[in-house]
Design a protein around this ligand. Structure first.
Ligand code: SAM
Length: 322
C-alpha cells in the first residue's frame, strides 16, 4: 500500500528541523500548568535504531543528528545560548532550543559513549516532555495515528512499553480523518481547551498536499486557537510549493499568527535525495522565531558540510490579526 518507511530517514535533516521546532513549541506551551491534547496524525514507528540496516543503508542520520551530536556548536552564535549538553564537546555554547533537543535525544541513549544508536520519533519525543517530573502531574494526553501495518504494529509495541494507559492512545487510521473527531479538545478541569497538532505526512501521493490544507482549514474552524505544526518537503513540484502559501493564506484568513521555517542543507554530490524542508506553524509561541533564528544557522553550519550549492535557512512569521 505505502512504500515510505520512516526508518530510512529517522534523524535526517528534515527530522532535525521538525523535532527542534516541535520541542521548542511544546516547551513553551508546557510553561502553563493546564493539560494539553497532543495529536500526531502521522506518527511513524515511534522510535528507530540508527544501527539498523535501513538507517545504515540510507546514511541519512549520519548526515543529520549524528553530526549535531558530534560537532561542537560554533562560538560566534552567542545570543540566547546555554552550555551544550554533556553529550557535546565541553565548553561549547548552544542555542537553548538546540541544546534541549539534543538533551532529550541523548536521554534515549543513556549508555552511549560514542555515536547514538537510537533516535526517538515525534511520539516518543512528545511523551518524553509530557512525563518529565514537573509536567507529569498535569496529565497531558497524546493521540497517535499511523496507517502503515508494520509501523503501526511497531508503534503499538513501543506505546505498550510506556505503560501509559489511556494517556497515550494509538489508532491505525487515517490521521487527518482522526483529527476531525478530536477537535475541539474537551475542556480541562479549569475550563481551558489546549491542543498541539503535528501533521507530518510522507506526501507519497500528490493529493496529500491538498488533503493537509483541507484538514488545517477544517481544524481552524473547529478550534482556531490550536497550535498546528505542518512539515512539508521542498521539492520541485507545484503542490509542494503551493502548500506553505496555502497554509499562510489559511492562517491569515483565520486571523491567526503563523511561522514558516525552512532548512536547505545544499545539494548532494550525486544530486540525489531530499535536501530541503519546511515547518509551518499556526499559532506559534511568541518566542519561537527568535529561537529558530538563532538555532538554524548553527544547525546549518553543521549539516551543510560537504554539500554543494543551495544551503540556506529562513524563518518568516506573521502576526495575528487584532
Ligand atoms: N511523525 C513521525 C516522526 O516525526 O517521527 C514521522 C512520520 S513519517 C514522515 C509519515 C508516516 O505517516 C509514515 O509512517 C506513514 O506510514 C504514515 N502515513 C501515511 N499516510 C497516513 C495516513 N493517511 N494516516 C496516518 N499515517 C499515515
Amino acid at each position: 500500500m505505502f512504500s515510505y518507511r520512516h526508518a530510512f530517514h529517522a534523524g535526517n535533516h528534515a527530522d532535525v528541523l521538525k523535532h527542534l521546532t516541535l520541542l521548542a513549541t511544546l516547551r513553551h506551551l508546557m510553561r502553563k500548568p493546564t493539560p494539553l491534547l497532543l495529536v500526531d496524525t502521522h506518527a511513524g514507528a515511534g522510535i528507530y535504531r540508527l544501527d539498523s540496516d535501513a538507517a545504515q543503508t540510507s546514511g541519512e542520520a549520519g548526515e543529520g543528528i549524528a553530526r549535531l551530536q558530534a560537532t561542537p556548536a560554533p562560538s560566534h552564535h552567542r545570543s540566547k545560548t546555554v552550555p551544550a549538553p554533556a553529550s557535546s564537546a565541553q565548553g561549547a555554547m548552544q542555542n537553548e532550543a538546540l541544546a534541549d533537543y539534543l538533551e532529550v535525544v541523548a536521554r534515549f541513549n543513556p549508555a552511549a559513549r560514542g555515536a547514538w544508536r537510537v533516535y526517538p520519533g515525534s511520539p516518543l519525543l512528545m511523551h518524553a516532555l509530557m512525563t518529565e517530573p514537573d509536567r507529569a502531574v498535569v496529565h497531558d494526553r497524546l493521540k497517535l495515528f499511523e496507517l502503515h501495518p508494520t509501523d503501526a504494529q511497531a508503534l503499538r509495541a513501543h506505546i505498550d512499553q510506556l505503560d501509559a494507559g489511556r494517556q497515550v492512545t494509538m489508532t491505525r487510521q487515517d490521521g487527518l480523518a482522526g483529527l476531525k473527531a478530536l477537535l475541539p479538545p474537551p475542556p480541562a478541569a479549569g475550563g481551558s481547551r489546549r491542543a498541539l497538532v503535528l501533521i507530518d505526512p510522507s506526501y507519497e501521493i500528490k493529493s496529500d498536499y491538498a488533503k493537509v490544507a483541507e484538514a488545517v482549514q477544517d481544524a481552524l474552524k473547529r478550534f482556531a486557537t490550536g497550535v498546528y505544526l505542518v512539515w512539508y518537503p521542498i521539492i520541485p513540484r507545484p503542490e509542494a510549493h503551493g502548500l506553505p502559501r496555502r497554509l499562510r493564506t489559511l492562517a491569515q484568513q483565520a486571523g491567526r499568527a503563523w511561522l514558516d521555517a525552512t532548512l536547505h542543507i545544499g545539494a548532494a554530490a550525486d544530486g540525489a535525495g531530499l535536501t530541503a524542508s519546511g515547518m509551518f506553524v499556526i499559532n506559534p509561541p511568541h518566542t519561537l522565531k527568535a529561537l529558530l533564528d538563532d538555532a538554524l544557522p548553527q544547525v546549518l553550519d553543521t549539516l551543510r558540510e560537504g554539500r554543494g550549492r543551495g544551503a540556506a535557512w529562513s524563518v518568516e512569521a506573521g502576526a495575528a490579526r487584532a
